[in-house]
Design a protein around this ligand. Structure first.
Ligand code: SAM
Ligand code: SF4
Length: 334
């Protein structure tokens, strides 16, 4: 049999990083991510454990070396650990890194198992250390569980990066304190701009906070030294001289990072989105549920390489309006 060809798109970008959403469900309801009464998908529409596994193997065959499991909240999926263990067996055999983005509420139960399966680094999303604000933002009073989960992750030996969405008039005056706390714990921290994805209640644009402005404010408290660290993602990094820790800034709306894009995303229903900010997609579930799953999957990946757009189309116009893309971040996993 011929060796499978690597995934290279029409702009000669080599795709090596897959973000795979394993569920659209979540135990939190972050206001910028989903409405309180979110309608979740019927289970039959979501890929089964076997389908997720088979699909991931197909990607690894085609040169995906980094796989991030996300959601929704990946740790609310019941058979999640089985999947992590199965994929962990590919580490060193095509796969170089298996990682996860989680809200941390269930980490206390899972941290040791994740490490045992071969995971070494995880991203944990946390926007505030104030319990009341956490509850307002996520509509659940779960900060204590998240902090417990973080302690468990650290004790298990997992390297943690905190992801914080910067929100104007909400947590903007806590960002400096979050840096001090995270670096004190030995965690890196990355700030993210809120993105126009999916309809949510209230006006997300009211809370859009350009990180360029945040950087200026942070520089009053911290010495930010530009770093040439790269994570294979869109973040720019700084070393914080006072803490010795690392700060990342992800600015999808103010900065164009598409030229170096190495990633694709697949939703829990097996829709491959070639770009987080675009509508171009390929239905991998149809391929997986066909008579010839292996061949159809590989063809679908070739199609994805043909349609991956050169750049994203996010925009917030001069009136502060954004033509929100119809899908939620909990579908494509951020
Ligand atoms: N539930 C997990 C979590 O929260 O880490 C994984 C999925 S969540 C959709 C992934 C990341 O997307 C989180 O860091 C979250 O803060 C971020 N996110 C969700 N909606 C967003 C939006 N509209 N703009 C920017 N980031 C968003
Ligand atoms: Fe859930 Fe993550 Fe969305 Fe918050 S950001 S509602 S934790 S999926």
């Amino acid at each position: 049999m011929n060796k499978p060809t690597p995934l290279v798109d029409q702009f000669q970008r080599r795709i090596t990083y897959l973000r795979l959403s394993v569920t659209d469900r979540c135990d939190l309801r972050c206001t910028y991510c989903m409405p309180e009464r979110m309608t979740f998908l019927p289970r039959r529409e979501v890929l089964s454990l076997e389908e997720l596994h088979q699909m991931a193997l197909g990607f690894i065959d085609r040169g995906i070396t980094k796989l991030r499991l996300t959601g929704g909240e990946p740790l609310v999926r019941r058979d999640m650990l089985e999947l992590v263990h199965a994929l962990g067996r590919k580490l060193g055999d095509g796969l170089e890194e298996l990682t996860m983005t989680t809200n941390g509420t269930r980490l206390a139960d899972f941290a040791d198992d994740l490490y045992a399966a071969g995971m070494r680094r995880i991203n944990v999303s946390l926007d505030t250390l104030d319990r009341g604000m956490f509850e307002t933002l996520s509509r659940r009073d779960s900060l204590p569980q998240v902090l417990e989960g973080l302690a468990a992750a650290k004790a298990a030996g997992l390297k943690v990066k905190i992801n914080t969405v910067a929100l104007k008039g909400i947590n903007e005056d806590q960002l400096s304190g979050l840096i001090a706390w995270a670096h004190g714990e030995g965690f890196d921290l990355t700030l993210i701009e809120v993105m126009p994805l999916g309809e949510v209640e209230g006006d997300r644009i009211d809370h859009y906070l350009p990180l360029i402005a945040v950087q200026d404010t942070l520089e009053r408290d911290w010495t930010l030294v530009p770093s040439d660290h790269r994570s294979g993602g869109p973040a720019r990094y700084f070393d914080v001289a006072e803490t010795g820790g690392r700060l990342g800034l992800i600015t999808p709306l103010t900065n164009n990072f598409c030229a170096g894009c190495n990633r694709i995303r697949v939703t829990a229903t097996g829709q491959l989105y070639a770009c987080l900010g675009g509508e171009e997609r390929v239905d991998l579930r149809a391929a997986l549920r066909s008579d010839e799953p292996e061949r159809r999957l590989s063809e679908a990946l070739d199609t994805a390489m043909r349609i991956k757009p050169e750049r994203h189309h996010f925009a917030i116009d001069e009136r502060g309006q954004s033509p929100a893309l119809a899908r939620h971040m909990s579908m494509t996993g951020g």
